[in-house]
Design a binder for this molecule. Structure first.
Ligand code: G6P
Length: 372
C-alpha cells in the first residue's frame, strides 16, 4: 500500500533511498576500540585461524556481492576465496572438507539453490557461515555461524539495499578474520573501518547530487535496446550487477564484462550509438588500472560507443572521451563498489519507470525462489 511505501513511488525507490542506513546499520555494534569484532562470531577464532579456503555460494545479486567480497577477504584475511553460483556448486561433486569454510549469502535466507549448496557443504564436512538479511530464516538456521545484514525488510523483487549491506558484511568479516590471523595491521584495519563508516554519507551525496541527473539520462535512454557495462577489479562484479538490474527491471539486453576482456571479444559488439557504462577505478589506486580503463574508454569511443563513465569526483582523465560522467565521492579503491553500484540501481529503476514498467514486481521473477 501507499502507506507502506512511506510516500515513495515504489518500494524500490524507498529501498534505494535506504542504502545509506543499510550500510550504517550493518556496521553498528561491530567495531570495538578501532577493530572489527563481530560478536556473533565469538568462539570461532580457532576455526578462522585454521581455515585454508573459503567458498562463497549465492545466487543472483548476492553472488555479485560475493565476488566483491572475495577481493576484501583475500586482501585482509589472506585466505583463498572462490565464488560459485550455489546451483553449480551443488551439482559438481565439489572438493571440500573440514578445512573449508563455505560462506553463503542470501537476502531472504530461503533461496532453495543456496540452501541445498549449504546442506551439501555441511554433508561434506565443511563449516558453514550464513550472511543473511532475514532473522531466523532457513539458511541461517542450517548454518554453523550467522552474520546478519541489517538492511531492514526488502520488498521490491530486485535487491538493492541488501546488496550494499552484503558487501559491508563481507568487508567486516574480512577485517574480523584478518585481525584473528594477524594478516591486517591494526593501522590498516583502523583506516578501513574509518572508510567503511564514511560510506553512508557518501551514498547520501550520490542520492542528493546525482539521482536527478541519472533519472534524466534513463529517461533519454528509454528506447535503448541494449546496454553494456565494463568494470575491472572490484568494478567487474559491479558491471555484472548493473547489467542484471537492467535485465530484471527493464527487459532489455544488458551484459557486463571485465574491461580487460574487451579486446578478447566484446569489442566486436561496439557499433555507433551503443551505450556502455564504464566503472572507472580511482586514479589514486593502482595507477595502471585507471590508465587501462581510460584506454578502454578511448577504444570503444573510437568505434562510436556512447560512454557513460562512473568516476570519482575530480577524475578529469575521463572527460575527453565520456558522453556522460556520473560522479561518486572519493573512497579507498576497495570501497568504491558500494558507491559505484548506487547510480546503476538508480539508472535501472529510472529506465523501467520511463518505460512505464512495474519496478517492484518485474515479470517472471520472484523475490525469493524456493524451488530448485
Ligand atoms: C531471486 C531474486 C534476486 C535475488 C536472488 C537471490 O532470483 O529475484 O533479486 O538476487 O533471488 O536471492 P537471495 O534472497 O538468496 O539473496
Amino acid at each position: 500500500s501507499a502507506a507502506e511505501k512511506g510516500g515513495w513511488s515504489s518500494f524500490m525507490a524507498k529501498e534505494v533511498a535506504e542504502e545509506p542506513e543499510a550500510v550504517a546499520n550493518t556496521i553498528l555494534g561491530r567495531v570495538k576500540d578501532g577493530q572489527v569484532v563481530i560478536p556473533e562470531l565469538d568462539g570461532m577464532d580457532e576455526l578462522f585461524a585454521g581455515v585454508q579456503r573459503i567458498i562463497i555460494v549465492a545466487c543472483g545479486t548476492a553472488s555479485y556481492a560475493g565476488q566483491v567480497g572475495k577481493y576484501a577477504i583475500e586482501q585482509w584475511a589472506r585466505i583463498p576465496v572462490d565464488v560459485e553460483l550455489a546451483h553449480e556448486f551443488r551439482y559438481r561433486d565439489p572438493i571440500v572438507g573440514p578445512e573449508t569454510l563455505v560462506v553463503s549469502i542470501s537476502q531472504s535466507g530461503e533461496t532453495m539453490d543456496t540452501l541445498m549448496a549449504v546442506k551439501e557443504a555441511a554433508r561434506l564436512g565443511a563449516k558453514t557461515l550464513s550472511i543473511c538479511n532475514t532473522q531466523g530464516a532457513t539458511i541461517p538456521r542450517e548454518s554453523d555461524a550467522i552474520v546478519y545484514t541489517h538492511a531492514g525488510p526488502e520488498v521490491a523483487v530486485a535487491s538493492t539495499k541488501a546488496f550494499v549491506a552484503q558487501i559491508t558484511a563481507l568487508y567486516l568479516l574480512a577485517l574480523h578474520v584478518g585481525r584473528i590471523r594477524g594478516t591486517v595491521s591494526p593501522a590498516e584495519a583502523a583506516r578501513s573501518i574509518h572508510e567503511l563508516e564514511a560510506l553512508p554519507e557518501k551514498i547520501r551525496w550520490i542520492l542528493e547530487n546525482e539521482q536527478e541527473h541519472i533519472e534524466q539520462l534513463a529517461h533519454w535512454m528509454a528506447d535503448t535496446r541494449s546496454v553494456l557495462f565494463l568494470g575491472r577489479h572490484v568494478g567487474f562484479p559491479i558491471a555484472l550487477e548493473g547489467a542484471l538490474k537492467l535485465k530484471e527491471l527493464s527487459y532489455i539486453h544488458a551484459e557486463g564484462f571485465a574491461a580487460g576482456e574487451l579486446k578478447h571479444g566484446p569489442i566486436a559488439l561496439i557499433e555507433p550509438g551503443q551505450p556502455v557504462f564504464v566503472m572507472v577505478p580511482s586514479p589514486r589506486g593502482a595507477a595502471t588500472l585507471h590508465a587501462k580503463v581510460v584506454s578502454n574508454i578511448e577504444e570503444i569511443r573510437a568505434r562510436g560507443a556512447r560512454v557513460i563513465a562512473i568516476a570519482e569526483e575530480g577524475d578529469v582523465a575521463v572527460l575527453p572521451f565520456a558522453d556522460e560522467v556520473l560522479r561518486i565521492p572519493l573512497a579507498g579503491p576497495i570501497f568504491e563498489p558500494i558507491l559505484a553500484v548506487v547510480p546503476l540501481h538508480i539508472f535501472a529503476m529510472g529506465l523501467a519507470n520511463a518505460k512505464g514498467l512495474d519496478v517492484d514486481q518485474p515479470r517472471n521473477l520472484a523475490k525469493s525462489v524456493t524451488v530448485e
